[in-house]
Design a protein around this ligand. Structure first.
Ligand SMILES: Cc1cc2nc3c(=O)[nH]c(=O)nc-3n(C[C@H](O)[C@H](O)[C@H](O)COP(=O)(O)OP(=O)(O)OC[C@H]3O[C@@H](n4cnc5c(N)ncnc54)[C@H](O)[C@@H]3O)c2cc1C
Length: 433
């Protein structure tokens, strides 16, 4: 090992940013290790906010954190680039070249040395190889995709606002009624209401949103069926058409075909049916992976075939003692990150990575834009407690509060939350450009 250990974290999302910050504070600042974060993007936007970016409810100019600026202030280094492979022989991460919009190479392919590597590159929507999905749907996997959805939506609204005929509607299908699909459906309704305030001659009756779910109820992963019922009622009240027990087997530029041979015409299809890790992880560096490309790890987050490589968050398959797997959630990514930082510090001190990750389901909350917040808290005790309204909304935002506090410290993190609150009061409620 070099004099000073190289710790490389690939992916600066919900998990990666927290581990980089913790190791930057504990090791980088004190000259005990060189900590490097790699991300293909220039700035960090917390993924659970992407549906708000997609409707313009959130201005990433305010919410995005520059990796370079954050790295300089928190004791770690930043390298922009997309990981394409890992060379385990030479202990190097391989990054793709960076090109500008015209395709001209700005930076060549690079190799970065590591002694310890943390793979935290998250997940993408799972298209289950269904015909036409990749070509005809939009996804909420990255900030760029969320911005693309926003542009498509605003362009449609602009066109309809000037040529609107009463029998014409904008037909949007959202496939997958997990939290992402449900929240996106409500957020779009809210966006239309807000646009009216900007002088657009439109209202939410212009929008025909169909939320489609293969399971018998929406939010199938939420334990309490009452929550699904309460959310379904609320969605119907704001005009979202909910179709459960419906499987899509083809998507075309015109709409969706169900397995029952029904055709659902759509101007835009948002695909949000569960996640998989990116395809290139399948065989990266000869590491072991599962059927959805997640890297197999032990409970201490070390990969099963290489103790120098850890994987955390959505891209990791972490087993639990009862035979279950940790679900892909912001809360688990964060907890894994903080624990993995401790394990790496143990290894640096010549000890074993002895902390094991035990997932404790704190519950799930669904926020239907301004309309309603509902969910289940403390699911680990006998099915948990159902909460609604202001309390639920407060707890819903607490995961983001904790993320900001972890990244900026308690004083700046809390001030930032206040600043965002004030910004929401003084700035327009929608970002239109
Ligand atoms: C709309 C939406 C709402 C959600 N709401 C909630 C919620 O309310 N509660 C909850 O617990 N979870 C929620 N989730 C899930 C949560 O966002 C994820 O579980 C969490 O972000 C996973 O964290 P992560 O660190 O594994 O990956 P991510 O946060 O996705 O970060 C991955 C990072 O890796 C980078 N990256 C990707 N590929 C490469 C590459 N090849 N090379 C370099 N960098 C790369 C990306 O740019 C990104 O910065 C939501 C997800 C979505 C999409």
């Amino acid at each position: 090992m070099h004099e000073m250990a190289n710790i490389v974290i690939v992916g600066g999302g919900a998990g990666g940013m927290e581990i980089a910050t913790k190791l930057g504070h504990k090791l980088g600042r004190k000259g005990k290790a060189r900590v490097t974060l790699v991300d293909c993007a220039e700035s960090h936007v917390w993924k659970p906010l992407l549906h708000e970016v997609a409707t313009g409810a959130l201005d990433i100019g305010i919410d995005a954190i520059s990796y370079r600026g954050h790295a300089a202030a928190h004791g770690y280094h930043f390298q922009q680039g997309a990981m394409t492979d890992i060379d385990r022989e030479t202990k190097q991460v391989i990054l793709a070249p960076i090109t500008d919009d015209s395709g001209e190479e700005l930076l060549p392919a690079r190799r970065i040395d590591y002694d310890y590597l943390v793979v935290a590159i998250g997940s993408i929507a799972n298209d289950f190889n269904i015909d036409g999905v990749r070509d005809n749907c939009v996804f909420l996997d990255s900030t760029e995709q969320a911005m693309e959805i926003r542009t498509i939506l605003l362009n449609k609204f602009m066109r309809y606002a000037s040529h609107h005929q009463l029998d014409e509607k904008i037909k949007i299908a959202v496939v997958g009624a997990g939290a992402t699909g449900v929240e996106m459906s409500a957020e779009m309704h809210h966006a239309v209401d807000q646009l009216r305030g900007f002088g657009y001659k439109i209202d939410s009756t212009l929008l025909e949103i169909t939320l489609i779910e293969a399971d018998k109820r929406i939010l199938p992963k939420v334990e309490k069926a009452e929550i699904s019922e309460s959310v379904a009622k609320e969605l119907s009240a704001i005009g979202v058409k909910v179709m459960t027990d419906t499987r899509i087997n083809q998507v075309t530029s015109e709409g969706l075909h169900t397995s029952e041979d029904e055709f659902i015409p759509s101007d835009m299809v948002i695909w949000s049916t569960g996640v998989k890790a990116p395809d290139f992880l399948k065989e990266i560096g000869g590491l072991e992976s599962n059927h959805i490309n997640q890297v197999m790890v032990q409970q201490n987050m070390q990969t099963t075939r290489d103790p120098a490589i850890f994987a955390i968050g959505d891209c990791a398959a972490c087993p639990q003692e009862d035979g279950s797997w940790v679900p892909p959630r912001g809360q688990s990514a964060r907890q894994m990150a903080l624990m993995t930082a401790d394990n790496i510090m143990l290894l640096l001190n010549g000890k074993t990575a002895s902390n094991n990750y035990v997932y404790k389901d704190l519950g799930a909350l669904v926020n239907l834009s301004k309309f309603h917040t509902v969910g289940n808290l403390m699911s680990f005790i006998g099915g948990g407690v159902m909460v609604e309204g202001k309390i639920a909304r407060f707890v819903y935002t607490s995961l983001y509060r904790r993320h900001l506090i972890e990244l900026h410290g308690p004083v700046k993190g809390t001030l930032l939350m206040f600043a965002k609150g004030i910004s929401r009061i003084i700035h327009p409620h929608l970002k239109l450009h």
